[in-house]
Design a protein around this ligand. Structure first.
Ligand SMILES: C[S@@+](CC[C@H](N)C(=O)[O-])C[C@H]1O[C@@H](n2cnc3c(N)ncnc32)[C@H](O)[C@@H]1O
Length: 278
């Protein structure tokens, strides 16, 4: 969500936390560390910023979603999200899982990573009879999911820190979330998902399409972090962990019909359905 391809880069140096300049003198005993990052400006140019390094990207994301949880719920329930391919992709997991579950009469087991407020997808999976384990790093988001999906098993924390027995799930879904992981972690995350799937199980998800290792943006007054490979490198990453790419398509958010004021206006995401071999 709200991640556009960079248009042009503008260089500047600024301590965004207001704790000092980049030119700390030698008398400072423990000078603060700075790291570079990209800021998306309102006119979609990029600014290279230097951050006072006290907060990790995951803490930035967690705090942002804790603060914008109410807004996010309104946004996912709003008109701009009605044409999101989320449901269509989640349905692929349900259809793929159906043969195995109908023979065993046990419910399909689905893991959702970055479930947000539990709508629309956690709710949809439950309504279709799945047994759902849903995870989110934001306590506020997970609280909203709990209120809407009390039948799900909700697991708080960083998805990269989760662990499950091999072949625990018939399907895994993760929408608008993996691009919040530093991209150096994304392949490892996909490898874990591969191990958690039963043979023949399906993973559906979306990724950003820009080739940027670190994007630091501001959203509703809060810092936000994204990271992404370009389309072909992302597909290679999926294949490298042993998943077969069943379908991959790059789609403009809202089928290109969004209002210019929508955070996803003009943004392209790659949607992927990938299967573990039998
Ligand atoms: C853009 S929202 C997407 C929510 C939902 N999947 C949807 O499609 O509307 C991203 C969600 O991922 C969660 N998230 C971000 N990084 C995460 C991480 N490392 N582990 C688990 N959840 C994470 C955020 O808290 C947020 O709820």
């Amino acid at each position: 969500m709200y991640l556009r391809a960079p248009v042009k880069a503008v260089h500047s140096k600024k301590d965004t936390h207001g704790v000092g300049s980049l030119t700390q003198g030698p008398s400072v005993p423990n000078p603060p560390k700075f790291r570079p990052g990209l800021i998306i400006n309102q006119n979609w140019t990029l600014t290279i910023m230097y951050y006072h390094d006290t907060t990790t990207p995951k803490e930035v994301v967690e705090q942002a979603y804790d603060h914008i949880a109410e807004w996010y719920l309104g946004w996912v329930e709003g008109p701009g999200q009605r044409s999101s391919p989320r449901e269509r992709y989640a349905n692929k997991v349900l259809e793929n899982a159906a043969p195995a579950s109908s023979s065993s009469s046990s419910p399909m087991r689905v893991l959702e990573l970055g479930c947000g407020p539990g709508v629309p997808i956690t709710r949809m999976l439950l309504d279709r009879g799945a047994q759902v384990v849903a995870n989110d790093i934001s306590t506020r988001q997970l609280g909203m999911a709990r209120a809407r999906c009390p039948q799900a098993t909700l697991v708080a924390g960083d998805m990269a820190a989760l662990s499950f027995e091999p072949a625990s799930f018939d399907g895994v879904v993760s929408f608008f979330t993996i691009f919040h992981l530093p991209r150096a972690e994304q392949k490892g995350m996909l490898a874990k998902i591969h191990s958690w799937l039963r043979p023949g199980g399906m993973f559906v998800f979306n990724l950003a399409t820009v080739d940027e290792e670190e994007i630091h943006g501001e959203f509703l007054g809060h810092g936000m972090f994204w990271s992404s490979y370009g389309v072909e490198d992302s597909k290679a990453m999926v294949r490298d962990v042993g998943l077969e790419v069943v379908e991959a398509e790059v789609l403009e958010a809202g089928e290109g019909q969004l209002e210019e004021s929508d955070p996803d206006y003009g943004v392209k995401f790659m949607w992927v359905a990938a299967r573990k071999g039998v």
